[in-house]
Design a protein around this ligand. Structure first.
Ligand SMILES: [Zn+2]
Length: 239
């Protein structure tokens, strides 16, 4: 399962040694370019790989917000299914079973755009391990209530901005999260691990450590900053 697919995602997948034909699901959280422009080239490569190798029983399902599937090429219907999700459908549906994963869409506050956070329950050593991926924006109300209840083990959250100086104000104006929003959510939902991502390119490498130290003031668990190709071994996470 691939959560969001920005430009260059395909290159990273190849670098990580992942066979593109093994991707069964792509979930797009919202229709901002940095979260979905990589889908089209990835699909091209997926189809080429499946057709040229004559691979059997392959199917790729893409879930994306309203409006995404319209521009989709129907010629690939036998291989690819595009499913649109909206706040209304998802609020009523509860969990969707996707292979070994149970997935739940949660509404995020990201300004005018319809945006979702994704909660995934994974069977791991006879237990269920929960992961929440924020996409962009802030988890409030329904989203927060749900996460407090399920207590995800791992939270992968955008932290576009630091939470001091003008930065917090900028975050609010752009409907993005600060590191404090991410850390507060991790604490309130009793997560064990917080992985910060989507840090604005305005920050120089020296400031990146500030993200960790600011998050530490609010959240006691393990804190990491995601970078290209970084991995988490679920076996090493105690939940
Ligand atoms: Zn966005």
């Amino acid at each position: 399962m691939l959560l969001d697919c920005g430009e260059g995602a395909q290159m990273r997948l190849i670098e990580a040694g992942i066979d593109l034909s093994k991707i069964a699901y792509i979930v797009i959280t919202h229709l901002h370019g940095d979260h979905f422009y990589g889908v089209y080239p990835l699909i091209d490569s997926y189809i080429m790989r499946v057709r040229s190798q004559k691979l059997k029983n392959k199917k790729l399902v893409i879930y994306a917000p309203t409006g995404f599937c319209k521009g989709f090429d129907n010629n690939f219907n036998d291989l690819i299914t595009c499913v649109e999700v909206s706040k209304n459908t998802m609020a009523n549906n509860g969990f969707v079973q996707m292979g070994d994963f149970k997935v739940r869409w949660l509404p995020m506050d990201h300004g005018d755009v319809e945006a979702f956070g994704i909660f995934i329950a994974i069977k791991h050593r006879e237990k269920e391990l929960g992961i929440f991926y924020s996409g962009d924006g802030i988890c409030r109300d329904k989203c927060l209530e749900f996460l407090k209840n399920v207590r995800p083990c791992i939270i992968i959250h955008e932290a576009s901005f630091l939470d001091y100086r003008d930065d917090a104000k900028k975050a609010r104006e752009r409907y993005h999260a600060t590191v404090a929003d991410a850390a507060n959510l991790a604490r309130e939902s009793q997560a064990k691990m917080l992985i910060l991502m989507h840090i604005s390119s305005r920050y120089r490498s020296g400031e990146i450590n500030d993200f960790i130290s600011r998050a530490k003031r609010l959240f006691e668990g393990d804190i990491y900053i995601a970078s290209d190709l970084s991995q988490v071994q679920l076996d090493r996470v105690t939940c």
